[in-house]
Ligand binder design. Structure first.
Ligand code: ZN
Length: 293
């Protein structure tokens, strides 16, 4: 039995809408498998699970496609497979959380969570697996959940869903102002204005968590690669592959130093003129292998 779990479900790519959020998971999972990493198939999220944290009307819209504006509020055209893709991606993160809280670090090869609200989608995010996972962790007796979000964009959706939970702390490092929100204590939203400050700001963010942190607490890590300078959606000049590798090493060392449990997911990262699909996949693979090796 391996001392890690990587969850990927083939239904992730079942929706006809082709976009990094709905496609890259397959290639990340394939690349990991080719390197000898074991991939586990998660149980898709059920409608009943989804409605624990999202409104029933919204979940029903994703399943049935009506009202159509609500069903495509994340920005994708609706099709009959959308629910299966969303259930696969959120089920991967739910299973990663359930693994993490038993002490086995886990990575969900899935994306599209942190802009989603309880009653609608936004910014390519349909259901908020981060909020769902945090809620499930608390219901399973976890003392404290830290949602660490280093995606380029702000996690305004997650914040809206978790900020009044007493045992969830939202820690957000952003290089772009999309989905900004005014955080209340103990939650933190830090902006990076220059690439040279990137790791310093990350360390500052982690130090806020250390005020109240115990071995066995859960970190749900939203490990976006869209701060990369070549990424058209969110990239910051000067944030290169080396810096992102240092980021993953820093987060991994912090998690181990404090004996925290961790469940991570891919989050943002979009290919473009200066960021090939292969480079994007390699960066996500680097994140997975740094955290789990
Ligand atoms: Zn993003």
């Amino acid at each position: 039995m391996s001392n890690y779990r990587i969850f990927y479900h083939p239904d992730t790519i079942s929706t006809t809408h082709s976009f990094d959020t709905t496609r890259k998971g397959a290639d990340v999972a394939e690349a990991l498998a080719s390197q000898g990493w074991l991939i586990s198939t998660p149980t898709p999220l059920s409608v009943a699970e989804a409605t624990q944290t999202h409104s029933a009307d919204y979940v029903d819209a994703i399943v049935r496609g009506t009202p159509r504006d609500l069903a495509k509020s994340q920005g994708f055209p609706w099709d009959a497979q959308m629910w299966h893709s969303v259930a696969a991606q959120n089920g991967a993160l739910r299973d990663a959380v359930l693994s993490a809280i038993t002490g086995i670090p886990a990575y969900a090869v899935s994306a599209g969570f942190h802009h989603a609200r309880s009653n609608h989608g936004a910014g390519f995010c349909t259901l908020n697996g981060l909020a769902i996972g945090a809620d499930i962790a608390l219901k399973n007796g976890v003392r404290k959940v830290f949602i660490l979000d280093v995606d380029a964009h702000c996690g305004g959706g997650t914040y809206s869903m978790v900020h009044d939970y007493a045992h969830i702390v939202h820690l957000d490092l952003s290089v772009h102002h999309y989905d900004q929100y005014p955080p209340t204590s103990p939650h933190q939203l830090l902006f990076v204005n220059h690439a040279s400050d990137y790791l310093t700001r990350l360390q500052q963010l982690l130090s806020y968590a250390e005020v109240d942190l115990q071995a066995g607490d859960l970190v749900i890590y939203n490990a976006g690669m869209d701060p990369y300078e070549g990424c058209d959606l969110g990239g910051m000049p000067g944030i290169d592959g080396v810096l992102l590798q240092q980021r993953e090493a820093l987060v991994t060392a912090w998690i181990r130093r404090h004996q925290l449990n961790v469940a991570a997911c891919l989050a943002g990262g979009y290919n473009g003129a200066d960021f090939s699909h292969q480079e994007l996949i390699a960066m996500h693979v680097m994140s997975v292998t740094t955290l789990l090796q």
